[in-house]
Ligand binder design. Structure first.
Ligand SMILES: C[S@@+](CC[C@H](N)C(=O)[O-])C[C@H]1O[C@@H](n2cnc3c(N)ncnc32)[C@H](O)[C@@H]1O
Length: 399
């Protein structure tokens, strides 16, 4: 991600957004998952020092604060935080609060992951994995598969900071392909020994075709990066049901510095994270616009689906077969458009379409408290069904 020696000096703009995404997701995640009455483990797999040298909180302190906040609710089940760190374990130990629910593991992620998979999460636990390495060397795809296969877990979610550009740069080096000067990440450090290791990280060999097309000038690096992350997410979708990602760029014209990838099996988690990522993206874009010194600019929407984004109403209609629950429609939209829109954006659009392109049927049709016709768009209410169907347009009879 950043050159490893200076990483903890101060928090850079591109580190800030991943912290914001983590913070904004963890609080509602812990509140919601606590209701499952199953214990929760939050594992920070590349924990770092705990905080930056200027005192700003790193992921361990963000996680510890979110857990303390949730534990203040007396109905909350057990929550544990597990922090894995190799180089800065001593700093981490000093910076993290001494709490019975904080567990610190010193050593290598790969080793600790084996130990962790075999010993930690026991029956019916909810596991949230935060994976934030410097580079890509350690993040073997098989670990995510192994953890997900632990059938006795109640739920598993993964938030991964993936250096896609660094991966492709390593691929070019290892395959001895020529690379343009601009096609090297700013703080690139070679750290992979064999192409086989890249297969293990990517969870397949699909990257070879992508990088082959780059080598023969059929595509440029930004397109190669986009194709690579699409394939990586597809591969991750063979493990988790839903996968979304947000590109983090330093300049709009740049290739993403890294991608924040989120994977889950739960629709509520998908919708929560899509909304969170969209809001974080919008806030950072606003900051970049208002502050000429802002370091970070984030491109939007995702270039590969730009056309569809401009034609959202027709896209919505095309996702409705006959009739569909609002929540299911939101899930389909989130899968199609990723983080490009917030749930509010979709609902605003649906409101405009109501009684034009779509019909909305609510049950109960009257609001119990007022007795007036319901106009709710709240997809989270258990006792309210909101169904959407295409509006049949009146056609003049053929003469
Ligand atoms: C990007 S930093 C993590 C930053 C942290 N998430 C935060 O927000 O403050 C990556 C951390 O992983 C640690 N690390 C690198 N390779 C590791 C490995 N194989 N096992 C465990 N820790 C490792 C580094 O020492 C570094 O502290």
């Amino acid at each position: 991600m950043s050159s490893s020696n200076s990483f903890f000096k101060e928090k850079r703009a591109w580190s800030r957004i991943k912290d914001e995404v983590l913070k904004a997701y963890l609080v509602p995640y812990l509140a919601k998952v606590s209701r499952t009455r199953c214990p929760i483990i939050v594992a920070d797999c590349f924990a770092g020092k705990g905080c930056f040298d200027n005192g700003e909180p790193g992921s361990p302190l963000i996680i510890a604060e979110a857990i303390s906040h949730q534990l203040a609710d007396p109905t909350t089940q057990a929550i544990k935080a597990v922090f894995i760190e190799k180089k800065y374990f001593k700093n981490l130990k000093e910076n993290i609060p001494q709490k019975p629910w904080c567990h610190l593991l010193e050593g290598d992620y790969e080793e600790k992951m084996d130990y962790f998979v075999n010993n930690y999460p026991s029956r019916n636990q909810n596991l949230f994995l935060y994976v934030d390495p410097y580079g890509i060397k350690s993040i073997l795809f098989s670990y995510f598969e192994k953890i997900h296969k632990k059938k006795d877990l109640h739920s598993v979610e993964l938030l991964l900071n993936l250096n896609t550009f660094g991966f492709l740069r390593e691929a070019c080096r290892l395959l001895k392909f020529k690379i343009l000067e601009n096609d090297t990440p700013e703080d690139y450090e070679p750290d992979i020994n064999t192409p086989e290791r890249l297969n293990d990280i990517a969870g397949g060999t699909y990257w070879r075709e992508i990088i082959g097309r780059y080598n023969t000038c059929q595509i440029k690096m930004p397109e190669a990066e986009e194709l690579f992350v699409t394939k990586y997410c597809e591969q991750l979708r063979t493990v988790f049901r839903y996968v979304v990602n947000i590109p983090i760029k330093v300049k709009i014209s740049h290739i993403p510095k890294y991608r924040i990838v989120f994977a889950t099996d739960h629709v509520d988690a998908l919708l929560l994270m899509v909304d969170n990522m969209n809001k974080r993206w919008a806030a950072f874009r606003e900051e970049a616009r208002n502050n000429q010194f802002a370091l970070i600019e984030i491109d939007f929407p995702n270039p590969s689906i730009q056309g569809a984004c401009r034609d959202i109403e027709n896209e919505i209609v095309s996702l409705i077969d006959t009739e569909i629950e609002l929540k299911e429609l939101l899930v389909r939209l989130a899968q199609k458009f990723g983080i490009n829109f917030s749930l509010k954006d979709y609902k605003d659009c649906l409101k405009k379409m109501e009684n034009n392109q779509i019909e909305v049927t609510r049950f109960p049709s009257l609001t119990p408290a007022t007795g007036k016709p319901s106009t709710s768009w709240d997809h989270t209410k258990k006792d309210l069904s909101i169904k959407i169907s295409r509006r049949v347009q009146w056609q003049p009879p053929l003469l």
